[in-house]
Ligand binder design. Sequence first.
Ligand code: LLP
Length: 420
Amino acid sequence: MDHFAYRDGVMHAENVALPAIAEAVGTPVYVYSTATFRRHAQVFRDALKGAGRVHLAYAIKANPNVAVLRVLADEGYGADVVSAGEMQRALAAGIPASDIVFSGVGKTRRELAQALDAGIGQFNLELEEEGEVLAALAHARGERAPAVLRVNPDVDAGTHAKISTGRKENKFGVAIDQAVAMFDRLSKHDGLDLRGVAIHIGSQLADLAPLEAAYARIGELVAELRAAGHTISRVDLGGGLGVPYKPDDVLPSPADYGAMVARATADWDVELMFEPGRVIAGNAGVLLTEVIWVKPGVVNPYVIVDAAMNDLARVAMYDAYHDFVAVAPTGDRMTANIAGPVCETGDTFAMGRDIDAVKSGDLGIFRTAGAYGATMASTYNSRALVPEVLVDGDRFAVVADRIHPETILAAERVPEWLKR
Ligand code: LLP
């Protein structure tokens, strides 16, 4: 459930009519709903009530806006970060360092040192050498770095290949059959406090079965590690729960997921960590756009909107579906293609779709754009970096400015030898 709805025929975010935001800030612009973020954070937490000791670390990559992080920090969420930049954001939002988990296959030595200095709560190790380097860095500081070993359980998550992470050929985690021996070796380092294991098999998971299979393998691994004499106090189950993108999509609910987790982990006796991203942020944001032209087409007309693949990359990258509706629908329908202004055929949001009839100057939204939207934006075609607005009840604020092409141009230099 989200807080984007029609009121008197006009789409609102909570109590704010979207045309008011378009007028104040311009388009394209991402619009987020505080109440939706809070609701999703609470629903996900409640769903895991039956799963024992739980630590929630919001996967910042989904939507790293500092105002959004502040809302989620208020809800008691820690953070899952994958770079020093994300770590800085989490800290800036007031998330305690001890509630930060550092994931990622390519943490640099510098980033490991920065995270140690910050005192973060957990490093998710992706390879043995990373563990050795982290141990040495921590030892030199007279510390023990809290860590878990990320394991690749070799399951097919049944999602898009580009967001699948738990197959053996993927770059993530260590092969599950090597995990015990590696854990043995790493646990001998004074600088490491190796507490358990982690997995994350993919994103936008529409079926719980692969997750349950992966969790079963992790359960066996925990038993093997304990049999080998290790103390296992934490298991990080990652993120990945999918969200509905199409109006008629049916996905497992957080409650279904929570029930599966409680079942799968009943006898583990560990603190469970979770790294939800999309399920918290996805339906908490929309991309508000204006129709520039309706261009007659050979098969269908092209609705050319002022948002493009540089603002919302998911359609071009993963063939994703984002629902498009008019902000003030007339009741008429049209079959159309929807495309942005970027000079690539891939800059197409929909082909031959039945949508609200729109004309030049009308506003529309792409729904379910709160996760992996603004954060994946670029300035391709020298377009502005898209701004973000946060709504809370009947107020709204710009929480990320539009970065104009002239600002970006100002950071570029023509070297002396090319000047004339
Ligand atoms: N934990 C780890 C280690 C991850 O790699 C990810 C996502 C998450 C947690 C959060 O997963 P979520 O709950 O959001 O599914 N840009 C793509 C999604 C990439 C996901 C990468 N990893 C998209 O737009 O679909």
